[in-house]
Design a protein around this ligand. Sequence first.
Ligand code: LMR
Length: 397
Amino acid sequence: MFQTLKPLPTDPILGLMAAFKNDPNPKKIDLGVGVYKDEAGNTPVLKCVKKAEAFRLANETSKSYIGLAGDEGYNQKIKELLFGAHEIIAQNRARTTQTPGGTGALRVGAEFLKRCNNAATIWVSAPTWANHIALFEASGLNVKEYPYYDYDKRGLLFDDMMSALSQVKSGDIVLLHACCHNPSGMDLTQEQWHKVADLAVENGFTPMIDIAYQGFGSGLDDDAAGLRIMADKVDEMVICSSCSKNFGLYRERLGACTVVGKDSASADIAYSVVLSVVRGIYSMPPHHGAAIVNTILHSVELRAMWEAELAQKRDRINGLRKLIVEKLGAAGISQDFSFIQRQHGMFSFFGIAGEQIEQLKNDYGIYMVGSSRMNVAGISNSNIDYFAASVATVLKG
Ligand code: LMR
């Protein structure tokens, strides 16, 4: 049976991660996969996570099944992180389910939406995270794109986006990135969120919000401002969140799928369908990561420690954005890279040609995704000069 299969290409992001690992170049720089790195190029376990793990080791009493929705204490805290003091919490209109990673949340959310409307189309930004389209298609949704990023002007195509979304009908879904747009780093302003939310109300489409980088852009509340604007206006939405980046729990696979209903009773019905989707895919999520986050977010001391560690990452990323622009200028490159400083989160499109990306990889061991998406957190004070000099040489051709 297997002989009918044809080999498939490796994933554009994860394949690059493997290629980087195997590269013997001592000067190599990984600007590929979206993993935060510190100044030394490491991705250490957060101190608050270590403390929560020690607590868990001492206090865990059972390895019995956790249940379809996962850790309820975790789910409650994730809801609070997403909505803050928003009235949705008091109105009891949101139901959160722990999932295996943000990707698991997207899959559960997509299959839930497919159950709501078997013929649904999901509209995603052009471009979007490389895995979104494959994931939604595998969930049985039709996928279409709306214009988003202007590769020439290195900004948003907001008017084009609005005109495409004005064609989206009731029963369809629009995927929006809450913050730190992956891959472009270009986020909607609050004013633009209001316009998209008004359109969602007018046309009746359902927003699905992917929030994988809460805390990496401007702060925990600021990064959720767009989704809270949406929550002010629409009756129903789906939110997919991740703890990979902001808690550094990449390999624990921890995320959440939150459904918002027009009232508590309809949220209960939606939740029952979400749980049935979960049962049909993986039955129940693993517990370790959720137990860690539950412990951190229920402890005043550990929460303060987490927020400080998260702020440190955010400040480092924003500092690197400034440094990259300065150093590329100082290396004598005439091309304008100032857009890097106007963007948010770990990613920006560097905006160089495919052969230049290949040359950076092959001749200098500098890895970025083939679209020219770079993870700015891979830059450090010790490799920035090598990076700028290599780019200068490659751009001179
Ligand atoms: C990325 O965009 O690089 C990360 O979200 C990792 C992944 O799974 O693609």
